[in-house]
Design a protein around this ligand. Structure first.
Ligand code: AMP
Ligand code: ZN
Length: 139
């Protein structure tokens, strides 16, 4: 089953949807956040950029030849959890993504920046992140 069909299936079955939500909550409590782990320096080989606000690292299961994740250093689960004082952080995330696109020679050919928010959008890691990929969305 393709991930999108799986999402439609979960959408159409409220009992399964509730179970998935419970499983995600259970997993979040039981296992520490993998992206906080990386921010804290536990996967140094994969990090391509870090400053006091954000960290960028190679996606563990890339869907394109260049697939980098840019994340805030602070644990923010989703876009919905941003607060007004995060405005400078959001701008910084985008500018770092653009800088990485430039460093990886993607400016001329183009690139995509995407953020999945919530289960139905396919968010699987609940630490806000921007996917930087060469090519368009879905390539
Ligand atoms: P999303 O589905 O938008 O939440 O994206 C999560 C992304 O994180 C996926 O592309 C995964 O391949 C990637 N990912 C999950 N765990 C790790 C990890 N430990 N290190 C790097 N990338 C990861
Ligand atoms: Zn985290």
């Amino acid at each position: 089953m393709r991930p999108s069909s799986l999402r439609v299936f979960i959408d159409n079955h409220p009992a399964i949807h509730r179970l998935v939500i419970r499983w995600l909550r259970w997993r979040a409590k039981r296992y520490p956040c993998p992206f906080c782990d990386i921010v804290q320096g536990n996967a140094p080989g994969r990090v391509v950029y870090q400053d006091e606000w954000v960290t960028a690292f190679w996606d563990a299961h890339p869907s394109t030849s260049i697939h980098i994740l840019v994340v805030p250093n602070r644990h923010i689960p989703t876009l919905n959890d941003l607060v007004p004082s995060d405005k400078p952080l959001c701008g910084h995330l985008l500018l770092v993504a653009r800088q990485l696109a430039q460093e990886h020679h993607l400016i001329a050919g183009g690139y995509s920046l995407t953020t999945n928010t919530g289960l139905h959008a396919g968010q699987t890691v609940f630490h806000l992140h921007i996917h930087l990929k060469n090519g368009g969305n879905g390539t």
